[in-house]
Design a protein. Sequence first.
Length: 191
Amino acid sequence: MEWINIANRRGIFLSLILLFCISCQQHKTHNAYALYYVDEQSKVMDSRMLLDRVSLEYFKDSILIQKIFPGSDSSYFEVHLIRQGDNFYERRSRGNDFGELFGTDYILTLSLKDATFIYKSARESPLSASDFSYADCKYKIRRDGDGYISIKQSIVDTTFTEQFYYDEQFRINKYIVTFQDNKLVYEIASK
């Protein structure tokens, strides 16, 4: 008799997991697109900086950004933005240069209101240009014409910046990253 109760509990548990997975799939919107490299507006001095594209996938309360390197869909950085009201926050594990983790930070990244602040990271020695994005940075979010711009500038090396251009529905339409003499521009492909 006891094994029947265990089987019933397992069945209920598996059913709940299945329902959760199905409901998660239903929250996915049909807004998935990519920003592509714009050669005419870019200047590449170090080809290691180049991304093939920036993939954006919109869900009900989050955005998944994948910065994909050339030649492989399996080599990329992921950035998770979580919505809270009229703001999106980057969810990032807080850790140091030695791999120690101290928790999770939520960093304001997209907003419909102006904001300026400094994020103090636990990292001290960026190893590559992409690491500057995870070190100490100054953030500035402001209205830009008909849309908004979110600028992240490294405090460790002020030539490193990331800029996201987006509209009132938080649809990102342009991404620019600069580092030293490099300027990489990514936009929605024109039709």
